[in-house]
Design a protein around this ligand. Structure first.
Ligand SMILES: [Zn+2]
Ligand SMILES: [Zn+2]
Length: 220
């Protein structure tokens, strides 16, 4: 408990109150996201003065917290500090004033929504998951989603086959046709006028025939 007995405060003389308090009083939620746990006691340095019958307390407080970096997910310890605490209590002459809840509130309000192990944390590779602060990898991260190799079937083919963009549909058909010229030669001339017919052979491997059909109708 952080308690001031106002009867101890002399007129015109700041009453200094330094100390530590168990961080259990923060009552941090166990299921916080990111996870938050106290990593040490609350430290406070407060100065109290009486203004008539009122008490004015100013000062600072801090507490270290254990959490994780939002970019690289490393466990980190971060200081939460409030430098400009200013509390006002009315008509408390010769009373004990408990500051614990107020200091707790100041600290909780100072907790940011996410933390970083350092301002220039490199994060994790979106391709292979390597923590780039500790190791490097040879992934091409400018193209985190690799383009499908035209020579090999790729899981992205099925997404391409959804054909949200008309231009892409045309390109895809051209590619498919080029891959299997012997089979498709007869169908190629009809491709533009009857896209539904032309698309069907290329879509054997897809699981989204509904999307293909509607695309065909839309063109007509
Ligand atoms: Zn980090
Ligand atoms: Zn990588």
């Amino acid at each position: 408990m952080i308690i001031i007995n106002t009867s101890h405060i002399l007129p015109d003389t700041p009453y200094l109150l330094d100390g530590t308090e168990s961080s259990d009083v923060l009552e941090l939620p166990a299921d916080a996201d990111p996870p938050l746990a106290p990593a040490g006691d609350i430290t406070y340095r407060l100065s109290a003065v009486m203004a008539g019958a009122d008490l004015v307390v100013t000062g600072s407080a801090s507490v270290p917290l254990a959490t994780v970096c939002a970019r690289c997910l490393d466990d980190i310890r971060v200081p939460i500090a409030v430098k400009n605490i200013c509390l006002h209590f009315e008509k408390v002459r010769d009373l004990e004033v408990d500051l614990t809840d107020d200091v707790r509130e100041e600290l909780l309000l100072a907790i940011p929504s996410c933390f970083y192990c350092s301002p220039d944390c490199k994060g994790i590779c979106p391709v292979c998951g390597t923590n780039l602060n500790h190791a490097s990898c040879s992934c091409d991260r400018d193209r985190a989603e690799p383009e499908p190799d035209p020579a090999a079937p790729s899981p992205w083919d099925q997404l391409d086959a959804l054909n949200f963009a008309p231009e892409k549909t045309a390109r895809k058909q051209a590619k498919t046709t080029a891959k299997t010229p012997a089979k498709k030669t007869s169908e190629t001339p009809a491709k533009k006028k009857t896209p539904a017919t032309a698309e069907k052979p290329a879509k054997k491997k897809t699981s989204a025939p509904a999307s293909g059909k509607s695309g065909g109708r839309g063109k007509k």
